[in-house]
Design a protein around this ligand. Structure first.
Ligand SMILES: [Zn+2]
Ligand SMILES: [Zn+2]
Length: 144
């Protein structure tokens, strides 16, 4: 990781600062109801990283955690309420919202949980009914 590119991220107010280093495992849009409800937006632009690639550099004691299910530990800033990232211990990946790492060259590769979509996107990218088999999903593709 010595020469890995590093990008800065922060919460809405800047109390919490963090970095991501190297390359994400995957990038795309999640259309699931949980992401929608949590983000208050129609889709979530995600970047999935190995947990060690995400380092909190400031404001760690201002990070709140909510876990509705054992699959997801959602992190936000307790000062501003701005979202940070979600840890997925089962698959050992951390979802850093693309919106909180604005200088990272985000490039979506896939849409997941498309069966739950409320905002269809005709961008030609693959659409998965839920998620890939590697992530314990069906691996089934669906039309745009
Ligand atoms: Zn904040
Ligand atoms: Zn989701």
């Amino acid at each position: 990781m010595t020469n890995a590119l590093t990008y800065s991220g922060s919460c809405f107010c800047g109390v919490v600062q963090f970095t991501v280093s190297g390359e994400p495992i995957a990038m795309g849009y999640c259309h699931c109801e949980s992401c929608r409800h949590w983000s208050a937006g129609p889709v979530n632009a995600f970047t999935l990283w190995k947990p060690e690639a995400v380092q909190v550099t400031q404001g760690a004691d201002s990070i709140g955690t909510y876990s509705k299910t054992a699959h997801s530990y959602r992190k936000w800033c307790t000062t501003c309420g701005g979202h940070l990232f979600t840890q997925h211990p089962g698959i050992e990946l951390t979802d850093v919202y693309a919106a909180v790492i604005p200088n990272f060259p985000y490039k979506a590769g896939i849409h997941v949980n498309y069966q739950e979509t409320v905002l269809r996107m005709s961008d030609g990218l693959p659409k998965m009914k839920d998620v890939s088999k590697e992530l314990d999903g069906s691996g089934i593709s669906v039309p745009e």
